[in-house]
Ligand binder design. Structure first.
Ligand code: UDX
Length: 437
């Protein structure tokens, strides 16, 4: 099938390469010429495990090409995926200007029978707005253009796998014809027994927000539990494991730490709360989920103060800068929120991250960065683990202890074994775990 993808961010680029990987002919369009030049060379503009290989294969096979021209990208397309950004607007609601503009451009060039897919996360009601734009701007073919909601559930760091082996494919549409086209798009995955959920458009749109908000809620629940465990002398890791062993709860997304971040959860949660309110339903639970999340950084700052007293003039090694392991994305990274707070209090923060160094420097110019964790720790008054990179589990703790000025460590992601850290000579604190005896 001929597939067009508008927007080549995380969602768009992964959609484009995975559609090519399952055999479709894909043209991906973006207005960012610089990004297009990088992509044309077969290089991914961001770090995502496995993406470079898939991108290279797709380009070599001739299944994927890039264009900065919407007409070129959409002419003759059977399906157009709209994957443009939906950032938070000034009031926290999703800013849908790019979605509207992309729609207006695309419908100028498509032929009757084309399916327009909203893939970006959008509030319920967006497809109806898109349909109105079509009705007003292309009344000649409006009856033969089909709008579909097909939210993307990929996680950064495992996005390739999430696209090629998704837990489920969700399609919201208003006509059998549109469902059939989407079945043909995903047939290679359906043949591998991936579940397809077909529903109406509003249900599909709303489900994406409902999923992200619920996952954020689970993490905030674990973080609130960490606060209580500290007061009660219990261990949040054990509590989470016990909770998760109940299949009705499940183990995932119960890891307490420095809280959730990234480009999706913060903006989607706020947008969902505001959408609920716009629809006349007050949903204060979601505001509480956000409040508990921001509390995690406050707690980390308190722990630091208890380690080094005043932060003014102290040297802090910050291990991890990305919002989670497996990505170079620092957008809404709790690690950087923490870094900013420490710097505001007068600390010198030396960060280290396996992938996110450059992005972190762009976002926070007052940060200093080291090329390895040991250089970051040299002369530090406290070492803070802020991202759950697996390689931090294998750190040479004795060497870190030798390099640091004070034997202080705050493990804000509960990554290390408290006893091992104590054995290496650290005064070790983590989130919601009982201190090693
Ligand atoms: C999320 C959704 O999972 C995905 O389905 C959606 O399409 C986009 O948003 P992503 O932002 O890539 O994906 O990250 P995710 O793996 O969900 O983690 C989000 C945040 O929660 C990270 O900051 C992570 O460190 C944090 N987290 C996750 C925890 O603090 N504890 C956990 O138990 C799980």
């Amino acid at each position: 099938m001929h597939i067009s993808v508008i927007g080549t961010g995380h969602v768009g680029l992964l959609t484009a390469v995975s559609m090519a990987a399952i055999g479709h002919d894909v043209v991906a369009e973006d207005i960012d010429h610089e990004k297009m030049e990088i992509l044309q060379l077969g290089r991914a503009p961001f770090f995502e495990p496995g993406l470079d290989v898939l991108l290279d294969e797709a380009i070599r096979s001739g299944k994927l090409r890039f264009s900065t021209d919407v007409e070129d990208a959409t002419q003759g397309a059977d399906v157009v995926f709209i994957c443009v950004g939906t950032p938070a607007g000034a009031n926290g609601e999703a800013n849908l200007v790019a979605v509207e503009k992309a729609t207006q451009e695309v419908i100028r060039h498509v032929r009757p029978g084309t399916v327009l897919v909203e893939k970006s996360t959008v509030p319920a009601g967006t497809a109806a707005r898109i349909e109105r734009v079509i009705a007003m701007e292309r009344p000649d073919i409006a009856a033969e253009l089909y709008v579909v909601s097909n939210p993307e559930f990929l996680r950064e760091g495992r996005a390739v796998q999430d696209c090629l082996e998704p837990d489920r494919i969700l399609v919201g549409a208003g006509s059998r014809r549109a469902f059939n086209v989407m079945r043909r798009v995903y047939q290679p995955l359906l043949d591998k027994n991936v579940a397809l959920i077909e529903t109406n458009i509003s249900t599909s749109e709303l489900s994406k927000h409902a999923c992200n908000a619920f996952l954020a809620l689970k993490i905030s629940y674990a973080n609130a539990m960490a606060r209580i465990c500290e007061r009660a002398g219990a261990d949040v890791e054990a509590v989470a494991e016990i909770m998760g062993s109940d299949p009705r709860i499940g183990q995932d997304f119960l890891k307490a730490g420095l809280g959730w971040g990234g480009y999706c959860f913060p903006k989607d949660l706020t947008a969902f709360r505001l959408l609920a309110s716009r629809l006349g339903y007050d949903f204060p639970l979601l505001a509480e989920v956000e409040r508990i999340n921001s509390e995690a950084v406050d707690v980390a700052i308190e722990k630091l103060r208890s380690c080094v007293w005043n932060l003014e003039g102290k040297r802090i090694a910050l291990l991890g800068l990305s919002f989670k392991a497996g990505t170079d994305d620092v957008r809404f990274s709790p690690a950087l929120v923490l870094a900013r707070r420490m710097i505001e209090e007068g600390a010198v923060v030396i960060g280290y991250d396996p992938e996110a160094r450059n992005n972190a420097l762009k976002e926070l110019t007052s940060l200093k960065v080291a090329t390895n964790p040991y250089d970051a720790a040299r002369g530090a008054h406290c070492i803070v683990i802020a991202t759950d990179w697996p390689e931090f589990r294998d750190l040479d703790l004795a060497k870190l202890r030798e390099l640091a000025t004070y034997p202080m460590m705050v493990d804000a992601r509960n990554l290390l074994d408290p006893l091992e850290a104590k054995k290496a000579g650290f005064h070790y604190d983590s989130m919601g775990r009982s201190a090693p005896s």
